[in-house]
Design a protein around this ligand. Structure first.
Ligand code: SF4
Ligand code: SF4
Ligand code: FES
Length: 460
């Protein structure tokens, strides 16, 4: 592997790597704004300048290829002076309102200003001001905070496949906007907020609900479709406040779709069944489990396993069901009965299967539901699989349900959702990933193992 010297450290790099990438691989941070590994480097903000021995001018680390034997300084006096000037320039029009900005605490402008900027500004002119603007249901724009890094423009062009953002005007009048002020159309709009290095583009769903430093951030996997994108869940006091994309170059690179981003809302849905039910009425575990047990052990039973269950749960269910002689089938997304039906829904990430573990349950040999239920049916669900028509059957529900779904159920035994229990799922490419329990879930919900024990002949 070729090598170079960055700040006196011997750094090996892959062919084609830029200085910022080579430095990053060795743990050396070079401040930047416009560069993003998924969006390229227009070398526009000039924040990443470094000194390269033998070159008269400072170089932009994001766009300059690393070369064998190159000697780079990232923190020389010359570099520091330019970083200060760059920060001063970027802040000419930026309001001094971090305290009331939703990005505060996770803002690249704030961080770079603190570490590389100057404590004083020389400008006395009025800053330009714009009113906040709704850009559709997902994003709110505050143009006062924009530094014209063009990340959002490039995201539309290079990732979302819709060039919906552009820079209008010139110099200090440059404004980032959509054509004719149209709403953002991409179903991946939440990524605009993830990539905007400032508080210019923020998530309407999250704005002012929690300060970023009060959130615990846990790595997780999205359960919105069979892609299984890497996400980071931001939560506090057992409540999920938002989900953002987490880098996974094999699966979702740096992005997630809006459907997956906002999926967590069902955890806190007021309609969610949080207590055991008998014939639609709130009950207790002893009574509801008693009713369910009597039904389960009273004759032929069909078990329907949601393709939103984890591998561990599906195995547990198989071990429970097979000795009892019940038939078990899986269900998930209408019209997507098997892995062969599960294709790309678009050219980016979204898949046709809207459950996370179709591929895992199929691998375990569980057949697809054939649409002919009768007698007693035990429906076990993680929260996302679409319940088939069970008209004429006596139904026991175990797992996560919303109130309207269980009106005709004889008994409901509330369980935990994916973010409340963790477990393994297999994505559309056969990649197995393990999620962890992020939040505890409703106090009365139980794990599937406990529910099955209550259902068993041994009883409670
Ligand atoms: S809105 Fe954000 S991402 Fe877009 S150019 Fe401005 S600062 Fe960059
Ligand atoms: S593409 Fe699928 S797995 Fe990825 S974020 Fe969207 S719903 Fe979740
Ligand atoms: S990050 Fe290199 S010029 Fe912006």
């Amino acid at each position: 592997m070729p090598w170079c010297l960055i700040d006196g450290k011997n750094v090996e790099f892959s062919d084609g790597a830029t200085i910022i990438e080579a430095a990053g691989s060795a743990g050396i941070f070079i401040p930047h704004f416009c560069y993003h590994p998924g969006l390229g480097a227009p070398a526009q903000c000039r924040m990443c300048v470094v000194e390269v021995e033998g070159r008269t001018k400072l170089q932009t680390a994001c766009s300059t290829p690393a070369c064998e034997g190159m000697i780079v300084k990232t923190g020389s006096e010359r570099v520091k002076q330019v970083q200060k000037s760059t920060m001063e320039f970027l802040l000419i029009n930026h309001p001094l309102d971090c305290a009331i900005c939703d990005k505060s605490g996770e803002c690249m402008l704030q961080d770079n200003s603190y570490h590389y900027g100057d404590a004083t500004m020389r400008t006395v002119e009025e800053r330009r001001t714009y009113a906040d603007l709704e850009m559709g249901p997902v994003i709110k724009k505050n143009m006062n905070r924009c530094i014209h890094c063009t990340r959002c423009i490039r995201f539309g062009e290079k990732v979302a496949g819709i060039a919906e953002m552009a820079a209008f005007g010139r110099g200090g009048s440059t404004e980032i906007a959509t054509l004719d002020g149209a709403e953002l159309k991409t179903p991946y709009a939440g990524n605009y907020s993830d990539i905007c290095p400032t508080g210019a583009l923020t998530l309407k769903d999250f704005r002012f609900k929690k300060r970023s430093w009060l959130l615990t951030k846990t790595a997780a996997v999205c359960e919105g479709c069979s892609r299984g994108c890497a996400i980071e869940v931001h939560h506090a006091d057992g409540v999920v406040y938002r989900q953002v994309a987490r880098e996974n170059l094999r699966i979702n690179r740096y992005w997630i779709c809006d459907e997956g981003r906002f999926l967590y809302r069902y955890l806190g849905d007021p309609e969610r069944v949080r207590q055991p039910l008998v014939s639609g009425n709130i009950s207790d575990w002893v009574s509801a489990a008693g009713v369910a047990r009597e039904m389960f052990n009273g004759g032929r039973v069909m078990v329907l396993a949601g393709e939103d269950l984890t591998l561990e749960e599906a195995k547990e269910l198989l071990d429970f069901v097979r000795p009892a002689g019940a038939g078990i089938f899986r269900f998930g997304t209408p019209q997507v009965c098997a892995a062969r039906d599960d294709g790309d829904e678009d050219m980016i990430l979204r898949r046709k299967s809207k459950t996370s573990n179709l591929h895992g349950l199929q691998q375990l040999g569980i057949s697809a539901f054939d649409g002919r239920p009768s007698g007693t049916v035990l429906v076990v669900r993680g929260g996302r699989a679409v319940i088939p028509d069970l008209g004429g059957c006596k139904v026991i529900g175990a797992g996560v349900f919303q109130g309207g779904e269980t009106t005709d159920f004889e008994a409901v035994l509330p369980g935990r959702a994916f973010l409340e229990k963790g477990g393994s799922i297999v994505n559309c490419d056969g990649i197995e990933q393990r999620g962890v329990s992020v939040v505890p879930g409703p106090a009365e919900a139980k794990g599937l193992g406990d529910i099955l024990r209550l259902l068993g002949r041994g009883g409670d």
